[in-house]
Ligand binder design. Structure first.
Ligand code: URA
Length: 479
């Protein structure tokens, strides 16, 4: 049937979309309809919960494209805009996209026409969706939920109200960012649940399904207050970035009015105290030590802990880098003095490496933990926290100038490389660093502590082999 015949016969096609964000489904249907020459005004696109009944009357089954149908043209720009625009909450989006696809067949350069109303509208939808995703990344706040079942461990739950259908599209972002946590994100459009291994989707939720008010909120508030820089305060820009509608779900937002009111006074006192900024690199280890104690560039520094400075000779040829201080290190103010440090000592001795001749430090300077009764339980630092702390490890390297750096564990490796690497892939082979030194990566001793039996023996053997290689390489570099 030609386009003219469709119009003349008054044929209507109704496409019921299974999900409001299913681009692949829309694309498959749209292609077939274009190939069957069905004009845009002959199609009703109905999303779940939409008013499909109105059209049931004239409904036609999907037409089947002829064998010799021409391939459908869609350039890259159209596809990338369409993938985002389909997540918009505008019920007209499917029809708009089909109209664009239909018109693209006879005018392949149409997407370049900045004055075209359809092109402008799809660009606007794309922008709104990107902005909504950006807000979600920035403003989702997890709250710790106490579980009745000890086995289940900690569960973090966040409430968020997206404007568009962006939840599923952003699942990967939160999965990567909070891969070690068990979390749920509840929204009025659906929910996501991550248990550390698999992602599950759930039904829409209501505000009261999510918890509110717990110690994590105090943490966020302390953190926000400490990073709030009154010298940079631009109220208009702040409201644009953090629209008021998001405030109600953000614990730190309750501080905003007071912070704004007190901004001038705080600015004066910051200038007086010479508040810390990452602008000038400290040039002595003592200056780094002082600065890390004042550092509140990430929420870990706002916990009840003390920064732990590296220790060892300032001209050490070997720098050994761990993840972060543990409970013992935090209390004693020295790196590697707890169980992981004691195990490290045993293996260093076996390899013939003198601990006192090495400079020992950590990728992250503060102990990250959650309080459980009287106990403080170790928490892995997140990528952003490690990356923020890189400033300090780089400053230490610039002063000590070791010939060889040994990173123990994935966090340490990230702290030195700025990216995540797989230990099993990189161990045993030196990685050249930009200052001419070389990085060797091995497992963290606490990893060995968590293993038992043959698995522990095997990992201990690999650890010893890595240390032996480091020892041999140090001898070569010295000679
Ligand atoms: N684990 C580390 O990574 N560093 C320490 O200082 C102690 C334990």
């Amino acid at each position: 049937m030609t386009a003219l015949q469709h119009v003349r016969l008054g044929t209507y096609y109704v496409v019921n979309l299974p999900e409001p964000d299913d681009f692949d489904f829309w694309r498959e249907r749209a292609r077939a309809l274009v190939q069957c020459d069905v004009p845009p005004d002959r199609i009703a696109w109905i999303e779940p919960g939409g008013s499909g009944d109105l059209f049931a009357h004239g409904e036609r089954r999907m037409p089947v494209p002829p064998m010799d149908a021409r391939p459908v043209r869609a350039n890259r720009r159209f596809v990338s805009l369409a993938k985002n625009a389909i997540l918009h909450s505008d019920p007209e989006r499917f029809a708009l996209l089909y109209r664009l696809l239909w018109r693209l067949q006879s005018n392949p350069r149409m997407m370049e026409d900045k004055a075209d109303l359809d092109v402008r509208r799809v660009e606007e939808l794309d922008k709104n969706v990107r902005r909504d995703s950006h807000k979600m990344h920035a403003f989702v706040r997890f709250r710790l939920v106490e579980s009745e079942d000890e086995e289940e461990g900690e569960h973090y739950v966040a409430w968020f109200e997206p404007e568009h259908h962006i939840l599923r599209a952003n699942a990967g972002f939160f999965m990567r960012r909070f891969s070690n946590m068990r979390w749920s994100i509840l929204t009025p459009r659906g929910s996501l649940h991550w248990d550390g291994e698999t992602m599950a989707e759930g039904p829409p939720a209501e505000r009261h399904d999510a918890p509110g008010g717990d110690p994590m909120e105090d943490l966020w508030r302390t953190y926000y207050a400490s990073i709030f820089n009154p010298a940079r305060l631009k109220i208009g820009a702040m409201l644009k970035e953090m629209p008021k509608k998001y405030w109600k779900n953000m614990p730190e937002a309750s501080l905003i009015p007071d912070l704004i009111a007190g901004a001038q006074g705080r600015e004066a006192s910051m200038v007086e105290k010479g508040a810390l900024e990452f602008e000038e690199r400290p040039d002595t280890l003592a200056a780094i030590d002082k600065a890390i104690h004042a550092c509140r560039k990430c929420p870990i520094g706002a916990l009840d802990n003390t920064a732990v400075m590296g220790e060892g000779p300032q001209d050490a040829a070997l720098m050994i880098v761990g993840e972060q201080p543990g409970d013992n290190e935090d209390m004693q103010g020295r790196p590697f003095v707890g169980p992981a440090g004691q195990l490290l000592d045993v293996h260093l001795e076996k390899a013939g490496i003198d601990r006192r001749a090495a400079y020992l430090t950590n990728a992250v300077k503060h102990f990250k933990y959650v309080q459980r009764g009287k106990r403080r339980l170790h928490q892995n630092p997140g990528a952003k926290e490690i990356d923020t702390c890189r400033w300090w490890i780089e400053s230490e390297r610039a002063i000590v100038q070791p010939k060889l750096v040994l990173a123990m564990g994935a966090s340490a490796a990230r702290g030195l490389l700025g990216k995540t690497v797989s230990i099993s892939k990189v161990r045993g082979t030196p990685i050249p660093l930009e200052d001419g030194s070389e990085l060797w990566v091995t497992a963290h001793p606490s990893y060995l502590l968590r293993l038992e039996g043959p698995a522990r023996e095997e990992q201990a053997r690999l650890f010893d082999a890595d240390l032996a290689a480091v020892k041999a390489r140090l001898a070569e570099l010295a000679g």
